[in-house]
Design a protein around this ligand. Sequence first.
Ligand SMILES: [Zn+2]
Length: 100
Amino acid sequence: MPKTVMRYCPFCRKHTEQKISQTKKRSPSSLSYGSKVRARRRGAARGMGNLGRYSKPAISQFKMTGAKTSKKTDFRFECKECKKSHVHQKSFRAKKVEFK
Ligand SMILES: [Zn+2]
């Protein structure tokens, strides 16, 4: 990846030179609302207690963490003219991203 690109800046409303920086994606915590909803759909974490059965393994084992080996890129573009940054709309999968 190049460090700077000529891109459209929505603040300047024209193409400007913009610096690319990568932001680290925040990994969802194991007890986020979405994970509970997904776990519930799979039949886990339903009701309180274990309903007389032996306890099931933790929800984290059901989740698809680590299923993909590549990560989606998450770029921020900082305009050199107005110093404002905006997010790349289209990200792609890559195992490793280097700036040169
Ligand atoms: Zn700008």
